[in-house]
Design a protein around this ligand. Structure first.
Ligand code: ZN
Length: 305
């Protein structure tokens, strides 16, 4: 950790990325995002063409060891969960915003330990304040969250936190834990009769729903905070971004509906801040003070291209 923080340097700032690595056709952006999520083989990268075909025993796999869930299956599970999520909350229609968040997220994911996943980042059309990740490289933030961050480093901190959940397979592990209790899957299967494909998808969905409504283990959240700070820093962002977000969340009233879900599925914000401080301490102090552009400022030049 010390090494990664010490080794940063602002030269790798987001703005200096080679343009080719970021190029997206804005007109096709929303359609492309949807395609990535809704069509199994459109994700490109290293998702194996056979990933979706072998759809029938994803839930069965969850009762096995983590090692037996290979990357294509992990990606396929995440894609199905992402599709469900998108069914509930559509993508925001601002193509420039989608492009910006994708670019930001992909750049950060390239600094992670799993740069080759088919990373997909998207903004959901939702005024609430939330961020989600699904196995295999899917990360969603709500429009409400994007609107509420003070600057780019805060958004980067949140996205990096979610990226680490994917890198460390936190949701996959949590779903596996739920699946192994067996109770949930049997209950769902009996409700759905013998439609195997439908029943299995519904089981996956039920497992996902349970994990997303209950939230992850606290230790996974602390891990994502610590690693998210380091990852955002490695990508050239002010590592205080996530800290600033947590400070904002701490002062949010628990009954403010905008923050309800984010607060209920994560450990107490003060505890998260204490944990981060203990982990990062003075190493963070040495890095503070770099002003970050706001999201609006960052998007302005991109919109003129
Ligand atoms: Zn989290």
């Amino acid at each position: 950790m010390k090494h990664t923080l010490a080794a940063l340097g602002w030269a790798l700032c987001f703005a200096t990325l080679p343009h080719a690595a970021l190029a997206q056709d804005p007109g096709k952006m929303l359609g492309g995002l949807l395609q990535n999520i809704l069509k199994p083989n459109a994700a490109g990268n290293n998702s194996a063409p056979a990933a979706a075909a072998n759809n029938t025993d994803l839930v069965g796999l969850l009762s096995q060891s983590m090692e037996q869930i290979d990357e294509p299956k992990e990606i396929e599970m995440g894609r199905q969960l992402a599709a469900v999520l998108l069914g509930a909350k559509p993508l925001h229609r601002d193509v420039a915003l989608q492009r910006y968040v994708n670019r930001l997220g992909r750049w950060i994911s390239l600094q992670s330990d799993r740069p080759n996943l088919p990373w997909t980042f998207a903004v959901l059309d939702d005024t609430g304040y939330n961020a989600f990740a699904a196995p295999g490289g899917y990360v969603f933030v709500t429009k409400g969250l994007v609107d509420s961050v003070a600057d780019e480093s805060e958004l980067a901190g949140i996205v990096a936190h979610e990226i680490h959940h994917v890198v460390a397979k936190h949701h996959l592990a949590a779903m596996r834990k739920s699946a192994q209790t067996g109770l949930l899957t049997r209950a769902i299967a009996s409700q759905l009769g013998n439609n195997a494909q439908g029943a299995l998808s519904a089981q996956l969905l039920a497992l996902g729903r349970e994990v997303y409504s209950k939230g992850l283990d606290q230790s996974d959240e602390f891990d994502a905070d610590r690693s998210g700070v380091a990852l955002a820093a490695r990508a050239g962002f002010d590592p205080y971004g996530l800290v600033a977000v947590l400070q904002q969340l701490r002062t949010a009233k628990p009954d403010n509906p905008v923050f309800t879900l984010a607060l209920s599925t994560h450990p107490a914000t003060q505890v998260r801040l204490d944990q981060l401080e203990a982990a990062m301490g003075q190493r963070l102090d040495a890095l503070s003070g770099k002003p970050s552009p706001s999201v609006a400022q960052r998007m302005a030049p991109a919109g003129n291209r």
